[in-house]
Design a protein around this ligand. Sequence first.
Ligand SMILES: Cc1ncc(COP(=O)(O)O)c(C=O)c1O
Length: 554
Amino acid sequence: MDTSLPILSLAAGAAAAAAAVAPKVKARIELSRAKHRSLAGHSRMARRVARLIPFYEFDIGDFFRTDGAPQEIATRRQDGFFRLAALYRERFAGGRQLTSEAAGRISDLQFTQAYRVPFQYSRLVRENLGAGSFMQASSGVTLTDLDGNVFYDLTGSYGVNIFGNDFYKECIEAGEKRARALGPVLGAYHPVVVENVRRLTEISGLDEVSFHMSGTEAVMQSVRLARYYTRRSHLVRFAGSYHGWWGDVQPGVGNPLSPHETYTLAEMSERTLQVLRTRRDIACVLVNPLQALHPNVNAPGDSALVDSSRAGLVDRAAYGGWLKQLRRVCTERNIVLIFDEVFVGFRLAPGGAQEYFGVRADMVTYGKSLAGGLPIGVVCGRKDLMRRFRDDRPADICFARGTFNSHPYVMTAMDEFLSRLASPNFRSVYNGLEELWNGRAQRLNEMMAAADLPVRFANLSSIWTVTYTTPSRYNWMLQYYLRAEGIALSWVGTGRLIFSLNYTDADFVEVAKRFVTAASKMKQDGWWWHTPLLTNKAIRRQILKEMLSSRFKR
Ligand SMILES: Cc1ncc(COP(=O)(O)O)c(C=O)c1O
């Protein structure tokens, strides 16, 4: 009897199994290697780590010397802090009163108040430097609060405000008049929809349009359509990119569930291109062009400003080159390339990020500014991608409806926005825009350097972020000095400064001066005390030690 036969067939079977499994293993390894090495590139791990971080906070005895500063510096900081607190109490009394009455029942307010600064410092800051979360008026580039204080507006209304608040007031008022006859009738369209569609297809260079109520919804719809069209399951997003708060595009911290059909990959990476070239389950790639300012890094907020490692630098040619590579691979693999221009659309160039970086997408989402100040989300796409039913399979549809889509008031305000944008006079706002904002950033950086202040600015046109050159645990204090100088920031503090394009040179000079004054006062108060031992790495190690001792203390 030949006993080698079963052994041979066993070996052949094992070889066949290995041959079958090997490509899967290879694909899995390639996928792992295409993740960005930071926590932003590892969503599940980030969530696990986030769950392990224990709460602890500094009481007044430690608060001012958590970086090991000597007593003399801690006293200076404490004096500065309580001087600011007294000023806030007096100057923002009305706003603080209403905010404290309202906050108990507005969950959003509780969240934003708690996350303005690193949590270890949050309570004392909240109790003493609350400035109120209400405004009563806007005009030019300023906002006025309930106590009559006037601020330069760098909040940008989350990016909605590109052309100045007065511009949006006009759009809404004129739009409201035109929608009045029809009123809030939904289902049937206001005829102005046709003109909006014409303009949007022209701007995007794409064939069809669908209307939604928010940027988040527009992104949801674009991904759903891409999945339907390709019959593939997965979306690719890049580490750190924000695309709204829908679960599938927010796989990490902030979402209690892990979406199973999302790959978070590294941006500007050859390994990512390799994954796109080889996997067969990828329906679409989502790009947020704002990431050009800080690829693979989460949107910067002062609640995460624990040291001075925040960075930003736009290399327009390099990022444009990356988008071109993505374009090529997506075309080869029939993967839908989606530009999420909810934030940057209409801000960088008349044709948005597609024009700015010289790359065409298959679908583009817009939002924020587009409806002249009213809530909006829009998907523009290629005809084949936008189709929600199949002629040969009548029951196989891609459903997407929404009660308020194409609301008449939103549509007329959008027409006001788009028709102003189309006028050649108005369009000149884009001439030299890039040079203007880069020049302003450079000037302010020079002013900071000349005053020997550790504050710098990085920008994508009119979208800015503040960076810090000296390692410090207290950079987030700058937002409070800025408010005292009449600068309004959003709840993410110095992470995002959003200028509207109606800032004149004179307005900008004033803002620049106030920045220098605020930073000088902060320096005088000792917050940027420093020794060579105080590196960013040492700060992070110190924080880890604090967390461990808080977690394991009896
Ligand atoms: C790029 C991008 N996509 C989507 C969204 C979500 O838009 P919305 O807040 O209108 O839902 C945002 C909001 O900031 C965004 O910046």
